[in-house]
Write a protein that binds this ligand. Structure first.
Ligand code: FES
Length: 216
């Protein structure tokens, strides 16, 4: 038996040594995604750590309520104080004096209606050639104060138009009766003394009373 010697084929490349297989890098281990766990208690309700800074909004909120509380407290204290003061100093009604001295007769011009005591005492003094009398400034309709109209020589009530002569007698409008007169006399010092606590009504015949007129 003959052994054939293999003839090298020049076209056939020599058996190449396969390149070394690069090492396969280890696959990164993918861990399952961590699902965030929602806390059972909402964050807002969770207790704040001690010493945590207070937000400006919260500080403003607390400040507003404190202010309101102080205002309410001050108002309540004031009300209580005023009640105590009212108890200690009860209302006193200061009535104008019912009697007063009105100067000397010569201070009044004959034939004139004098209005100098109208605001303070609510009277007109009418000087006549014989003496003087004192009229009330209260309208006998509903209590308004008439005006003395010198040019028209009458008292005219601005409320409903009643008119009164210089004597006080009513002649127009709804006034049902004349103006009232007050007691008048001459005091020891020679001054006219007017006493409003005593009234005289013409319709009752009281103008004939000697105290309703001062003869001079
Ligand atoms: S109150 Fe004077 S007319 Fe009515």
């Amino acid at each position: 038996m003959s052994e054939e010697t293999p003839v090298p084929n020049p076209e056939k490349p020599k058996d190449e040594v396969p390149p070394p297989i690069p090492p396969v890098p280890p696959k990164p281990v993918t861990l399952p995604a961590v699902v965030p766990v929602t806390p059972a208690v909402p964050a807002a309700a969770a207790p704040k750590p001690v010493g945590a800074p207070v937000s400006p909004e919260r500080r403003q909120f607390v400040f507003t309520w404190l202010k309101l509380a102080w205002i309410a407290f001050a108002m309540a204290t004031g009300a209580a104080l005023s009640t105590v003061l009212r108890f200690m100093f009860p209302n006193v009604l200061f009535e104008p004096k019912t009697s007063f001295r009105a100067g000397r007769p010569e201070d009044y011009e004959v034939g004139k209606v004098d209005t100098r005591w109208m605001d303070k005492y609510g009277v007109w003094i009418v000087r006549t050639a014989e003496g003087l009398y004192v009229l009330s400034t209260v309208c006998t309709h509903l209590g308004c104060r008439p005006n003395w109209l010198e040019t028209e020589q009458k008292f005219k009530c601005p409320c409903h138009g009643s008119g009164f002569y210089k004597t006080g007698i009513n002649f127009e409008g709804p006034a049902p009766r004349p103006l009232e007169r007050f007691r008048v006399s001459l005091a020891d010092d020679g001054q006219i003394f007017i006493d409003k606590s005593k009234k005289f009504q013409q319709e009752k015949g009281e103008w004939n009373d000697s105290e309703s007129f001062l003869t001079l």
